[in-house]
Design a binder for this molecule. Structure first.
Ligand SMILES: C[S@@+](CC[C@H](N)C(=O)[O-])C[C@H]1O[C@@H](n2cnc3c(N)ncnc32)[C@H](O)[C@@H]1O
Ligand SMILES: [Zn+2]
Length: 280
């Protein structure tokens, strides 16, 4: 009689990264999965949500994170491919840091759009997206067959062992340079994407531009990383009003606008910088 095959895991992408995780409570190395619960050796337990992401963030909630309306707008907008050039640039920079079955960690991953792009470019790699927004994680958990997702607050020590990531991505998301450095392998890469002063300028009030931002980023990274290469991705989008509305809805700028419907421009500038850093 032949043995019946083991049932396929319902969480293959999560299973693939369990050995790299640390218990968020006691910092013990490695978690194991029992059905839809993750456990550390000391017995701390974390549920895997019905949608497939790991609920590692227990206790106090994160102080920031996108609300469901912002995530839905982001999801609709990104699905139209209008940020494809940004995704390509991120994947290209990520590919230079990763070999074989390495880990791509996307911090503030949102819907997992950029993580999925990097994994497409890296056929052997595993992915993990961290975000504090439950609505974003639902989508991130389905973004790619090799992408796992977990609830986490970027401002707390990451639930990961030292030097396990080949690539860390931070795309338009809050940053924690000390933790980026701790979890990256010495030969790995950090890719940071942020807007320039001209990004979505047609949608923003001029006061929203902070000229000191680049200098602050440089100073924050300096103790941990050397910038290897910076690419500027800049183009003009022709957007129908529905897409402009989504673009507005997915940016924090939208929160600063009054309740009145703004006049939506048809041409909108995309202007971002993507920097690849090497750990010091
Ligand atoms: C502008 S969105 C970018 C999302 C994604 N990287 C992208 O570009 O599509 C910023 C993301 O950071 C997440 N975020 C904000 N504060 C956070 C925190 N303290 N910890 C983890 N994620 C956070 C938000 O929920 C959101 O998904
Ligand atoms: Zn524990």
């Amino acid at each position: 009689m032949s043995a019946s095959p083991l049932p396929a895991s319902p969480f293959p992408a999560l299973d693939a990264v369990l050995g790299l995780l640390r218990c968020p409570v006691c910092r013990a190395p490695s978690l194991r999965r029992e059905r839809s619960v993750l456990r550390c050796p000391a017995g701390h337990a974390f549920d895997i949500a019905r949608h497939g992401y790991a609920g590692l963030l227990t206790g106090a909630r994160a102080t920031s994170g996108d609300d469901p309306a912002m995530v839905r707008a982001r999801e609709r907008f990104l699905s139209g491919g209008r940020y494809g050039p940004v995704r390509d640039a991120v994947a290209e920079l990520a590919a230079e840091g990763c070999t074989g079955s390495g880990l791509v960690l996307d911090v503030g991953c949102g819907t997992g759009y950029y993580l999925a792009g990097a994994l497409d470019r890296l056929p052997g790699a595993r992915g993990l997206g961290l975000d504090s927004s439950v609505r974003a994680l639902r989508t991130a958990a389905r973004a790619h067959e090799r992408a796992a997702a977990a609830a986490w607050d970027v401002f707390r020590p990451f639930p990961l062992a030292d030097r396990v990531a080949d690539v860390v991505l931070d795309v338009f998301a809050p940053r924690n340079p000390a933790e980026f450095h701790r979890v990256l392998r010495p030969g790995g890469r950090l890719v940071v994407v942020r807007p320039t002063g001209g990004h979505l300028a047609e949608l923003r009030a001029p006061v929203a531009v902070d000229p000191a931002k680049e200098e602050r980023l440089r100073r924050a990274m300096e103790p941990y990383f050397t910038a290897a290469v910076t690419e500027r991705v800049e183009y003009v989008l022709s957007v129908p009003p529905a897409d402009a509305r989504d673009l507005l809805g997915m940016t924090p700028t939208a929160r600063h606008l009054g309740p009145a419907e703004p006049v939506l421009p048809r041409r909108i500038t995309v202007s971002v910088l993507a920097t690849a850093y090497r750990p010091r």
